[in-house]
Design a protein around this ligand. Structure first.
Ligand SMILES: Cc1cc2nc3c(=O)[nH]c(=O)nc-3n(C[C@H](O)[C@H](O)[C@H](O)COP(=O)(O)OP(=O)(O)OC[C@H]3O[C@@H](n4cnc5c(N)ncnc54)[C@H](O)[C@@H]3O)c2cc1C
Length: 361
């Protein structure tokens, strides 16, 4: 999501991103179950600033870039080390027990433990804080292609969200560098994985059910195997406690649909870091202090979640904009990740009305 720009700027990695081979992303575009495509939602239309463009990153390269940047700015980075447990005295976290690459174990003592362990969500699992999303019980299968169709010019790096027949699911289609496309299907766990054979069989059955993706993949060649995951939507009921804070997927994950994962991980990391600086300055490592960012963060996350729910409820972006052109800016703000402002809430009654109308038709 383009709103990552502001965190990249603070981190000092914008120049590296600009100089990278990552494909530039200017928009998101949707196609309905019959293959009819919406107009692209260009992020710069209402905000012609460089923050309205972002990148389709290769995660291994991007993560390495951020890691080296942390090292460059003075962080001690230890690689190949596994955190076995978070150390608690009563309800206060005071460090971690790790296993080094040579198999030796040691305890590292700290004033604050930041859990950024992604979907393993160490602290939320240990304290039983993990709450699965009751609506989003989804699964995904994905792979990579080369030579698949790419749109020209500004649209080359657009994220495409392409629904499958009867709106049973959708494909992401993400053009990466070196002519690679990441392509994956998302649907309910029950539908995707129940008695349907191996991942390859299911993937190609779904391609057949999605005219927009079938057309794009036709000239291409698959260059990787199949990856799959499921049940990835959940949230920790707490963002912090005495001496600990959880960020990124360790705090929660919504859904792949709007590519909000990396943005929310970066933003929670940034705000938690600010809270830790404050905590250090005040020698106060309480839950209240370390989690001070969470209420605002949750409001933004909730707004994206409403857009996610609307999509699975049959919301059509193209139709909505035709009926409510006055709300286009709100939709673009949600897609960009500019979600921490209350004025965005004006759009939701119209969205709900629009979904109801579409479901009646
Ligand atoms: C199907 C799918 C598609 C997605 N597509 C997109 C997309 O297009 N765009 C987007 O922005 N987001 C996407 N996401 C979400 C995105 O991948 C995550 O939100 C993002 O990676 C979260 O970052 P993170 O740093 O919190 O966690 P991660 O990137 O998962 O990093 C966690 C790290 O912690 C390490 N770790 C875990 N446990 C331990 C331990 N015990 N000891 C030591 N290290 C440990 C892991 O090895 C890993 O390196 C997608 C997610 C899914 C499920």
């Amino acid at each position: 999501m383009p709103a990552t720009y502001w965190t990249f700027r603070r981190l000092g990695v914008l120049d590296q991103l600009k100089g990278s081979t990552f494909v530039k992303k200017y928009s998101v575009q949707f196609a309905n179950e019959w293959g009819k495509e919406s107009q692209p939602f260009y992020f710069f239309e209402d905000n012609p600033h460089e923050c309205s463009q972002t990148w389709q990153v290769l995660r291994s390269e991007f993560d390495r870039m951020l890691l080296e940047n942390a090292r460059k700015h003075g962080a001690e980075v230890v690689e190949g080390t596994r955190v076995l447990d978070v150390l608690f005295a009563d309800d206060r976290a005071y460090g971690v027990r790790v296993q080094n690459p040579d198999g030796s174990k040691e305890d590292i003592i700290a004033k604050v433990v930041v859990d950024a362990s992604g979907q393993s969500s160490l602290i939320a699992q240990r304290l039983q804080l993990r709450q699965p999303d009751p609506v989003l019980r989804k699964a995904s299968i994905w792979t990579y292609y080369t030579g698949a169709q790419r749109d020209p010019d500004l649209d080359e790096g657009a994220t495409l969200v392409l629904r499958t027949e009867q709106r049973k699911g959708w494909f992401w289609y993400l053009p990466l560098a070196n002519d690679v496309v990441s392509v994956g299907v998302v649907s309910s766990i029950d539908y995707l994985f129940r008695d349907r054979g191996d991942h390859e069989t299911i993937f190609y059955e779904e391609v057949e059910r999605c005219p927009a993706v079938k057309k794009r993949l036709a000239p291409g060649k698959r260059t990787a195997g199949f990856y799959a995951t499921k049940d990835f939507s959940y949230r920790s009921s707490r963002a912090a406690g005495h001496g600990w804070v959880v960020i990124g997927d360790a705090f929660g994950f919504l859904d792949p649909i709007y590519s909000s994962g990396v943005f929310l991980a970066l933003k929670s990391g940034e705000w938690a870091a600010d809270a830790i600086v404050e905590a250090n300055a005040n020698d106060d490592f309480s839950e209240q202090r370390l989690g001070s960012w969470a209420p605002t963060f949750l409001k933004g996350m909730e707004r994206i979640k409403r857009l996610v729910y609307a999509f699975y409820d049959g919301f059509s972006f193209g139709q909505f904009i035709r009926h409510y052109p006055q709300y286009k800016r709100h939709i673009v703000d949600l897609l960009v990740g500019d979600v921490f402002k209350d004025s965005l809430d004006d759009v939701f009654p119209a969205m709900e009305e629009s979904s109801q109308m579409q479901n009646r038709n």
